[in-house]
Design a protein around this ligand. Structure first.
Ligand code: DC
Length: 230
């Protein structure tokens, strides 16, 4: 693909962003950046320290005294909080919901902005999240918005958690996902939205390989279009 590019993948919870972004990054030899993990890491710290998820000043204090960093391990950016790999502790529904809550605060978002941008400085990155194409990498080379219908997204999240051995209930997942959709898209700052220059892909009836293939096709088509304009 010539010079290493920035590719953004935004979309709601359960649309398949992580699996697709990881597979895409692997195929291109790019780094995979999961920005949800950054919000989850801060939410996890807030939960274990019993910091109110609604208290902006307490969250601000926590953010300013927390060192969040990224370490490239096998082409995946691993999140470290105060030097510690938070690993799978952040992968629960509770942490996801808490991350969605605290991510509505400007102070939380600002504390993570530079770190995300720095990760993209050299290009060669697939960045996944909610505001990758709109705020973090507005000049990204290729922007995608991955969606799927709500039923499919709930089913996927349910199977994913079951496979991990978590004791989950379908109706509870449905409720959490609706709450997250609402919070992530209705917040004032950096709400979940497809940037006007993003390609929207509905993954409801597609396999992971099918979505990756579609993304690669769009990238190739845009490349051809760009070079024929010069
Ligand atoms: O992608 P995820 O489910 O791991 O993200 C957890 C929450 O973090 C999500 O509900 C909203 C927030 N988030 C965000 O506000 N901006 C991002 N770029 C990524 C995640």
């Amino acid at each position: 693909m010539g010079k290493k590019k920035i590719i953004t993948v935004d979309g709601p919870a359960g649309a398949g962003k992580s699996t697709v972004s990881k597979a895409l990054a692997k195929k291109l030899g790019y780094i995979y950046l999961d920005t949800g993990a950054l919000y989850r890491a801060l939410a996890h710290k807030a939960l274990i320290n019993k910091i109110s998820l609604e208290d902006t000043s307490a969250l601000a204090k926590m953010c300013s005294s927390t060192k969040v960093s990224l370490k490239n391990i096998d082409s995946k950016m691993v999140v470290l909080v105060d030097g510690e790999d938070v690993g799978n502790k952040i992968r629960t529904e509770d942490v996801g919901l808490a991350a969605s809550k605290i991510s509505a605060f400007a102070v939380v978002r600002e504390s993570l902005l530079n770190l995300q941008r720095e990760a993209g400085l050299q290009g060669g990155i697939v960045a996944e999240g909610r505001d990758m194409g709109s705020i973090v990498f507005p000049h990204a080379d290729y922007k995608f918005y991955l969606d799927a219908n709500a039923e499919e997204r709930i089913k996927r999240r349910y199977s994913e958690l079951l496979a991990k051995g978590a004791g989950v209930e379908y109706l509870a997942i449905q409720k959490d996902m609706m709450a997250r959709d609402n919070q992530d898209s209705q917040r004032e700052i950096a709400p979940l939205t497809a940037s006007i220059d993003a390609i929207i892909i509905d993954s409801s009836d597609l396999s992971v390989e099918g979505v990756v293939e579609k993304i690669i096709q769009h990238i190739c088509a845009k490349k051809v279009g760009d070079s024929s304009n010069h």
